[in-house]
Unconditional design. Structure first.
Lengths: 112, 289
């Protein structure tokens, strides 16, 4: 299998009461590539300072691409309802970005 | 095996999902209070959530639970956990630079056009002050007879604001990332003077384009003013003066809300994680330049 490793940084910025939205890392260096992907969770690290996810995406030709996602700070993800138990190995993921927004939706857990 | 590294970055900026999309699946990266959890996450009974762990809906409920609105308060008691981010510096009113300031400002320009690669934050340098004023993930004031302690969630560090009458050192024996700070009351306003800052820190990242940072020298002085206007509201102001960098002072005013349902958790910049991030993202960006 030819493996393509892809790197996806997911930086979540949430609106605060102050009206200020900031992120640890600048997003200026992030590209604007947009695509909706479905994948399978390979690794999930619920930790400070950033939540870390690795998942695999299989394309139409059967090739598997491994994606690495760095999400927002753990605390920001908690505010949005994410917990240490939100992702499990082998869980199916659907990531659907829209412009500069990314929606991460989780489908019911299932084994590969 | 052929390995290719694709850098595809998607910013998770909070905006509402359409209701249709939300129908059957859980989503993250959403700001809408209607889809965020009602219940705060805490370590257990008796524990509180963290400033940034609270969404707007939970905070509104906490304000009712703790009777924040109309709650009696002592204006000379600033105790509490405040805000969850800091007060961003007023970049619409950045003072004109001196020639040296202009030179130092330009020296902070990123090596690559798409990121602030020279930001010490990326290698876990201390943020320093007043950068922690602008970016802190929430802070807590603790009032003591001889000082006010200011704890920050970012870096899980603290700052001593001495209120015992001592003066700032004229010639600090050691430059400090958080400087030396003394405070006094002017009416109901706590006035904090700071000096003796380590010049390796930035005043702040330049949030206008995030590819430069505002530098300072060891001559920088800060004056902060804090006034509790209600039990749940703290007005905060910082004036930055550095005659080597700016031709006039730079003042930022704002306010932060009490977080009655929160206590500071920890948020560390972790060198090993940053190193991994920098190798994967920053170095990849350099190579694709």
């Amino acid at each position: 299998m030819r493996l393509r490793r892809a790197l996806l940084a997911l930086v979540a910025v949430f609106p605060m009461l102050s009206g200020v939205v900031l992120a640890h890392h600048s997003r200026a260096h992030y590209g604007t590539e947009e695509s909706t992907t479905r994948g399978t969770v390979l690794e999930y690290k619920w930790r400070n300072p950033h939540v870390y996810v690795v998942w695999a995406v299989k394309d139409q030709d059967g090739k598997t691409t491994q994606w690495v996602g760095e999400m927002a700070s753990l605390t920001s993800m908690i505010a949005d309802g994410m917990t240490k138990d939100s992702l499990k190995i082998a869980m199916k993921l659907l990531l659907s970005p829209s412009q500069q927004r990314l929606r991460v939706r989780l489908k019911p857990s299932s084994r590969r | 095996m052929r390995n290719r590294i694709i850098v595809a970055i998607l910013a998770l900026v909070s905006l509402a999902l359409s209701p249709a999309i939300l129908a059957q699946e859980r989503g993250f990266g959403r700001p809408t209070t209607e889809t965020q959890p009602d219940k705060e996450l805490t370590p257990g009974p008796g524990w509180k959530t963290c400033p940034r762990c609270t969404n707007n809906k939970q905070l509104a409920a906490a304000y009712k639970t703790y009777n924040v609105d109309g709650h009696p308060f002592d204006p000379h008691d600033l105790s509490g956990v405040w805000g969850n981010n800091g007060i961003e510096l007023d970049v619409k009113n950045v003072p004109p630079f001196t020639p040296l300031g202009e030179q130092m400002f330009e020296a902070t320009r990123s090596e690559i056009p798409t990121t602030n690669s020279k930001d010490g934050m990326l290698i876990c340098d201390p943020l320093g002050y007043p950068r922690l004023f602008a970016y802190n993930y929430g802070f807590q004031f603790v009032m003591l007879p001889d000082r006010v302690l200011q704890f920050f969630e970012w870096g899980h560090t603290w700052r001593d604001i001495w209120t015992d009458g001592r003066k700032l050192p004229d010639d600090p024996p050691q430059p400090r990332w958080l400087g030396y700070a003394v405070g006094r009351w002017e009416g109901d306003t706590l006035v904090v003077e700071g000096y003796g800052y380590d010049d390796r820190s930035w005043i702040s990242e330049d949030r206008r384009n995030r590819i430069r940072g505002f530098p300072h020298t060891d001559q920088m002085r800060t004056i902060e003013r804090y006034r509790r206007t209600s039990y749940g509201t703290l007005e905060a102001e910082v004036t930055i003066t550095d005659p080597k960098i700016f031709t006039r002072s730079w003042t930022t005013k704002g306010k932060v809300e009490l977080r009655p349902n929160a206590e500071l958790w920890e948020y560390f910049c972790v060198p090993s994680e940053s190193d991994d991030y920098n190798k994967r993202l920053i170095d990849a960006a350099r190579q694709s330049k």
